[in-house]
Ligand binder design. Structure first.
Ligand code: PEP
Ligand code: MN
Length: 341
């Protein structure tokens, strides 16, 4: 029977005592996740309860208490870790005071348009460049992405602009390739419960942008994050992108309440994708502002320098000038909630 617990160490426990407890847990076959807090260190431990009963961790020097974790998601939840997780992508920090905006076309189509768009989103203040090289399309006849050629174009755009890259992987066989180019690996909504893929990206240290499934509950979404973290990769960024409801006037229905709910249940950062939620560029502005006001740590927005010619999602992509305007309008919203853009 799998058992999850938090070993809370005394405020003045020594490093040696903490190491001893962790070593003991590892000997017992537990997976350990030490978290050094400002005041105390806690060690998350997942393993077989029967083994634990025969050994006593609670009397080891430095141990204050042992608390079982009740929620089904253990490592993604606030029971284990209260401090917000800040995911570092080079010098870009996601989950801190600063709101991080990711922007770019839905898909990489050619170098000229991609680099042109990249320069413009950078000038407007985006920190991370998006773009799909592997596209999960509803129709097998629709543009499927340029694959590695697309990743190479992304690398050129990174070279030119200095922006970090976020791009989707749709297949376990491509994770190594995508990870070799990407700064953040994106798991799309359609793959949120592709558990093999989640485990695979969990084996890398690269940050993962985990989009919420089309019809996934918040608990299912956090369980998907749990798959990644439990493989050893704690760098998960959640992304709300709208869910399926009976409403048809938008592509998806944005679940704005997911933002404060996630903030209550999890320490992971959360960003919002207003583009795939709205399905039309017209609603991107208000949804983006709403997300910042509600406590999101960032946004991922589709921007295309020639949306009329886009091979994917042109109708929901902002033109660069509109994106620039939006970035300016987001500033006071961020300020109003004590954040910085
Ligand atoms: C995307 O970001 O390009 C995408 C396909 O989004 P989602 O997985 O949210 O549909
Ligand atoms: Mn898209």
């Amino acid at each position: 029977e799998v058992f999850t617990m938090i070993i809370v160490m005394n405020q003045n426990a020594t490093k040696e005592q903490i190491d001893n407890v962790e070593r003991k847990l590892l000997e017992l076959g537990f997976k350990t996740h030490p978290i050094v807090g400002d005041v105390k260190t806690v060690i998350g431990a997942i393993g077989d309860k029967r083994l634990l009963n025969t050994h006593s961790i609670s009397t080891m020097p430095g141990v204050e208490s042992i608390v079982p974790i009740m929620k089904p998601y253990k490592l993604a939840g606030k029971e284990l870790k209260q401090d917000p997780t800040i995911v570092e992508v080079g010098d870009v920090r996601i989950g801190g005071n600063e709101i991080v905006v990711m922007a770019g076309p839905c898909a990489i189509e050619n170098e000229e348009i991609y680099v042109e768009t990249a320069k413009k989103v950078k000038a407007a203040g985006a920190k991370i460049l998006r773009g799909g090289a592997f596209k999960p399309r509803t129709s097998p006849y629709a543009f499927q992405g340029l694959e590695e050629d697309g990743l190479k174009i992304m690398a050129v755009a990174r070279e030119v602009t200095g922006l970090k890259l976020v791009t989707e992987v749709v297949d376990t066989r491509d994770v190594e390739l995508v990870a070799s180019y990407a700064d953040i690996i994106q798991i799309g909504a359609r793959n949120m419960q592709n558990f093999r893929l989640l485990k695979e990206v969990g084996m890398y240290n690269k940050p993962v942008l985990l989009k919420r499934g089309l019809a996934a509950t918040i608990e299912e979404w956090l369980m998907a994050a749990e798959y990644i973290i439990s493989e050893g990769n704690p760098n998960v960024i959640l992304c709300e992108r709208g869910i399926r409801t009976f409403e048809t006037s938008t592509r998806n229905t944005i679940d704005m309440s997911a933002i404060p709910v996630i903030k209550e249940l999890s320490h992971l950062p959360i960003v919002l994708d207003p583009s795939h939620a709205a399905g039309t560029w017209k609603y991107v502005d208000p949804l983006a502002k709403g997300a910042i006001a509600t406590g999101a740590d960032g946004l991922i927005i589709e921007v295309h320098s020639q949306p009329d010619c886009a091979l994917c999602d042109g109708q929901q992509s902002l033109i660069p000038s509109r994106f620039e305007q939006l970035m300016k309008e987001l500033e006071p919203v961020a300020l109003a909630v004590g954040r910085k853009l």
